[in-house]
Ligand binder design. Structure first.
Ligand code: SF4
Length: 484
């Protein structure tokens, strides 16, 4: 089995999160775009969530359904396979990105086509499907507006819901004018940066593509085990065009996206739109079951590290994620660093816990991701399936490999804190030697004090002060000869 691939190769992968984030915060235009977009979306989310008196009950129901499904994942996946097959579809199992890409490329080539249209899909970005298809001579066309902007701009998504969140209108206009013609119908010469004009240019460009392409590739937000139904939620109608017009439909879906029954879907159709776009109801919700007349259907079930995550008692809660992006929009770190700093298709708080689990912590970047958080807990509070992201972050930090000096320091601290008499001795010694304690640590530990001050050590510990004064009854000043 090959290593788990999570999209987005390049410079972001070569450096740790701090270096990526430092480069991003120097870009004032990026910071402005991010601040404006995340504040708008989180304001809308907060107001529609506040309308529901039973939001917390819905949230706990979503959590319980996901946990139950994950505990019985093997059973529900087999049930789903049986239902999809009975409805005329074909089910393929992919252990990793390479296997999934091989399956999809083989299916496309079997149709004799060299072009496919795509519905926005995190799973296909995760496995680098577009690049794998290009290597086989197949061109994949993104049809979601933001994904189209990203593709035409030779760029990478930086947000789960709004992949081009780092671009403003003027930049989008330039991308359309310069690149649209290379991919199909060009943008009008007199294109302005008015949102309606930009949307119309994209609509005309994409319409030609929908009408001429015979193969479509999608992901899915949910899969219903009892009937073998797949569900896609989107806002532009491009998904419905992709799902219904082509003669062959291939869906690549992570194995954790399954729900047992239609009743369960009811909960998520309330949780997801409110948490993601701040809407009461999703504009386009498409469902399909197996093959339909005139259309062949293939479902590729993707593992790519998910069963390893499932085996981790703390980390498995990340598989509850429904990719709503609410945690990104409230995260102070994401708002400043942007999505590219996370070096994977999963940015923000969910990326900080999902990427190191799927990919392992072998690289500098993946070891640094659990630290890309202030642990303020805002992500947990907004998460519609109650993923305790700070808990997983702390657990991953404990599992990460730490520098030798830090490990030695922690071992020494553990030895001292283990016995009260050792702690008292260390406090007295610290009080006596306080004048000699440097303001900055030397050598490899200096990085820690580059951004922090070592606090002053008090002349006398609280315990010694309590013993000497009887809890403040006999004077509070240290005596001559006490540690200074
Ligand atoms: S972790 Fe929770 S808030 Fe973040 S994207 Fe997933 S479901 Fe949404």
């Amino acid at each position: 089995m090959s290593r788990t691939f999570l999209g987005m190769p390049g410079r972001a992968l070569e450096r740790g999160f701090p270096a990526n984030a430092a480069a991003a915060v120097r870009d004032s235009q990026l910071r402005f775009n991010l601040r404006k977009a995340t504040r708008t979306i989180r304001g809308k989310r907060a107001s529609v969530v506040a309308e529901l008196p039973d939001w917390e009950g819905l949230r706990q129901a979503g959590k319980a359904i996901k946990d139950h499904t994950l505990r019985n994942l093997d059973r529900y996946l087999l049930q789903l396979e049986g239902a999809v097959t009975a409805a005329g579809g074909h089910v393929h199992w992919a252990r990793d990105a390479d296997e999934a890409n091989r399956i999809v490329a083989g299916l496309v080539k079997a149709t004799g086509e060299t072009e496919v249209v795509k519905v926005k899909s995190m799973a296909t970005q995760e496995i680098g499907l577009n690049e794998a298809l290009a290597a086989e001579g197949v061109t994949a066309y993104e049809t979601d507006l933001a994904e189209l902007i990203v593709q035409l701009g030779d760029d990478w998504p930086s947000h789960i819901l709004v992949p081009a969140i780092h671009r403003n209108r003027a930049e989008i206009r330039e991308i359309f004018r310069e690149r649209m013609g290379e991919w199909g119908r060009p943008a009008p010469e007199d294109l302005t940066d008015d949102p309606r004009a930009l949307a119309e240019a994209a609509r005309l460009h994409l319409r030609e593509r929908f009408l001429s392409t015979k193969v479509a590739i999608s992901g899915a937000n949910f899969m219903i085990a009892e009937t073998g139904t797949l569900v896609v939620l989107e806002s532009e109608g491009n998904g419905r065009m992709c799902l219904t017009l082509p003669r062959t439909l291939i869906s690549v879906v992570g194995i954790e996206k399954i729900l047992p029954t239609w009743r369960d879907l009811e909960v998520f159709l309330q949780l997801l739109p409110r948490s993601s776009t701040g809407e009461r109801m999703n504009p386009y919700t498409s469902t399909w079951t197996g093959a339909t007349e005139g259309q062949e259907f293939h479902l590729v079930l993707l593992d790519n590290g998910r069963t390893d995550v499932l085996a981790d008692e703390v980390g498995r809660q990340a598989l509850r994620c429904i990719r709503c992006s609410a945690c990104l929009n409230v995260c102070p770190v994401y708002e400043r660093a942007g999505g590219h700093a996370y070096g994977s298709v999963y940015p923000g708080p969910i990326g900080a816990i999902l990427t190191p689990q799927l990919r392992g912590m072998g690289s500098e970047l993946d070891r640094s991701l659990p630290y890309a958080s202030s642990l303020c807990g805002a992500c947990y509070e907004v998460c519609p399936v109650a993923i305790d992201i700070p808990e997983v972050l702390v657990d991953l930090r404990a599992k990460a490999r730490h520098p030798r000096a830090e490990r030695l320091g922690m071992a020494a601290a553990g030895w001292i804190f283990n016995r009260p008499e050792r702690l008292a001795l260390a406090q007295r010694a610290g009080g006596r030697l306080r004048r000699f304690v440097p303001k900055r640590l030397p050598g490899p530990m200096s990085a820690w004090t580059d951004t922090r001050d070592i606090p002053d050590i008090p002349r006398e510990s609280f315990r010694d002060w309590w013993d000497r004064t009887g809890g403040g009854r006999t004077g509070t000043e240290p005596r001559d000869g006490d540690a200074r």
